[in-house]
Design a protein around this ligand. Sequence first.
Ligand code: PLP
Length: 364
Amino acid sequence: MSRGTQAIVHLQALRHNLGVVRAHAAASKVMAVVKADGYGHGLERVARVLADGADAFGVAYTEDARRLRDIGLDHRIVLLSGVIDPDDLAEVRRLDAEIVVHDPGQLALLECNGASKPLKVWLKIDTGMHRLGFDPAEARAVHARLRALPHVDPDIVLMTHFASSDVAGDPRTRAQQALFQRTVDALPGARTLANSAALLGWPDSHADWVRAGGLLYGISVIEGRTGSDLGLHPAMTLRSRLIAVKRVARGERVGYGGDFVCPDDMRIGVVAIGYGDGYPRHVAGGTQVLVNGQPAGIVGRVSMDLVSVDLRGQPEARVGDPVVLWGRGLPVETIAAQAGTIGYELTCGMTRRVRFVEDDQPLD
Ligand SMILES: *Cc1c(COP(=O)(O)O)cnc(C)c1O
């Protein structure tokens, strides 16, 4: 049997969402963040679609930069994790990419490895996230050392990253912003602070560059609000179909462990999707899917290839009917909440057997 399980990527949604980002931060340049294979939507696909509207692309690793150059993309590409050793640095130079410099080892690497052509650098300062970045107390000295290198472009972008910009009015974000401001006050160069959540919730953090990931894919990380609530369109619809429909008597159990006990004589639909595709195993019972566009709840445990749904509300449903797991009409954020995670993790988690299909139809 052919599975018919597809991740449909809505190209017009990507374009639309970039427009929304631009409208929110009209005075800023936009770095389109495409790490983790474009949040699972396909790196090359997303980059091609957004090439017209993005000022730069943000990736995590050198391999991603190589893939983008391989398709002929000549945009600025920024390696958000920087470089790790001399070979990596040489490859970055060959690719004409730019690097975030966030720790002393990277600074030393640059100091020991000259080149004829200047490299563009984004200096990352840790203002409270405590993941990557220099201590604010060292920032000016690091900046001076970078400026002293003839093979580093003197136009250094100053950068920090928020830990909780998704929380409205959070004093920690205020504090990070203030510390960043104090730290870079006397330094020349463009500034960048905002990720998607800050783009929406902290307009005074937009500065010279915003770094948008989730919003481009139509995904909100703001609790209780979906991308659609924010004027975005989902860029991915995960779709499968019913491959069996059966009658199960009241009192019988469904699925591994028999967690679900039928409260009625009822019809159960079996959908060709499971954790082997990247659908989360840990969703709560009753999590919605759309069968023929109508909601139906999951019953029992999600298995590797299959999941069962309650068809009591859908007497017409039959084998072959389409089932949407998330995307249009069913926000991925809602499903993620049922699985105790965020939408990003779900779109990033599609496995290799899911077939990706592009949809370039106009949005309705
Ligand atoms: C991933 C990432 C972003 C984008 O975050 P979103 O919440 O998806 O907008 C921005 N900046 C850095 C440094 C990142 O790693």
